[in-house]
Ligand binder design. Sequence first.
Ligand SMILES: Cc1cc2nc3c(=O)[nH]c(=O)nc-3n(C[C@H](O)[C@H](O)[C@H](O)COP(=O)(O)OP(=O)(O)OC[C@H]3O[C@@H](n4cnc5c(N)ncnc54)[C@H](O)[C@@H]3O)c2cc1C
Length: 394
Amino acid sequence: MTDGDYRHVYIVIEHEDGRLLQVSLEMLGEARRMMDDFNKRYSSKEKVVAVLLGSNVGEVPKILIAHGADAVVCADSPELRHVRNTIFTKVISQISLDKGIAEKVEPEYAPQFKRPRYLFFGADSIGRHLSATVMAELESGLASDINKLVVADLQITHQNKTGGKPITYDKTLEMYRPDFSGFLWTTILCLDNKNPALQKDYHPQACSIIPGVFEVPKEDSTRSGTVIEYSPRFDEKDLLVKIIDRKVIKSEIDFDSAKAVVSFGRGVKDSPEENIKMIESLASEIGAQIGITLPLSKRPFSVSQSIDSTYLIPDRVIGISGRKVSPKVYFAIGISGAMQHIAGMRDSELVIAINPDEDAAIKNECDIFVRGRMEDVVPVFLEELKKQRQVVQA
Ligand SMILES: Cc1cc2nc3c(=O)[nH]c(=O)nc-3n(C[C@H](O)[C@H](O)[C@H](O)COP(=O)(O)OP(=O)(O)OC[C@H]3O[C@@H](n4cnc5c(N)ncnc54)[C@H](O)[C@@H]3O)c2cc1C
């Protein structure tokens, strides 16, 4: 492997008819930070390359450049208007391996170029699916749901990868992932196999990135970049799956206009039916919408049919696997504060957490932490709210 084999970070951009999803800009911001640092450390000129698939994408490439892309590879075709996994996988894989594109991104290294060094996807329902199928196609590894990225030179000794000898892996992407409800960090590496008996390169080093973790960079319309038009190649069999009709289903749970959201998690466990009813009263008293954590949508408790079908449903999940909310007041009741949940409520103005565990991660994410069991704390809140209401009405 030479330094020219693998170059740049490629980022798979998501948008809905030209409306960029926030996670795309967040990935660009993080890639820009990472590659500026990378280029300084390694005296290099590797680029941030946005990969944009769509139909009539208009001004989107300009916006991507203004948010940090050095180049935008634009595959514009009516067949790419909406995501279909088969053809999107094919086109992203084609783009990743295309020397013509590499030539336009950085002519100097184009003859050696094999693949991108790094490849990012959003960790949402589209990006999670695509990342898996693209990386299978490119025969490399994937780290999913990442919330921190570090480039490092690492000395590794591994039975299979290095044949038991210490070998330095340059420019390795350390991909950090919160596991076990965010209580443990796992660092995932995607390493070439340098054991002479099993030699195989694993590039790009790829990951999907949790939405809401990285900041959107400030738009700078004076930035310049290269827009590379790419004509995707399809076979007839790639187009067998057709989109005949498409309906965007609007959720019946309206979090957008709710000024307050009361969410609960596994902390309801001691008496789920009574606790959920108590939370329902609190929400009704302050006119709040009700949210839940992901495990609650898997119906872990035995409760009445009406509670089950009203509250323990995927539509109410707050977080990366569910909804993003930004109310004036957010109650987190019996919620530990895992990163995947926090990403969905981080933009709330005032966060009040109720939890007996002072070490719960939610303590670092809230404005008011009430240490105690919900069974003791929520009734006090309710009583006080009722008193206040009587004073106002009198
Ligand atoms: C790929 C992936 C995606 C995910 N997406 C999401 C997502 O979108 N949204 C999401 O929420 N999670 C998501 N998760 C799960 C997430 O990692 C956590 O496991 C989950 O958020 C934890 O839920 P919890 O806080 O209800 O439960 P726990 O972590 O079990 O926390 C329960 C809390 O209740 C407290 N408690 C106990 N008794 C009481 C009491 N009597 N009164 C008050 N508090 C009490 C405890 O101290 C504890 O802090 C995802 C995980 C993965 C791997």
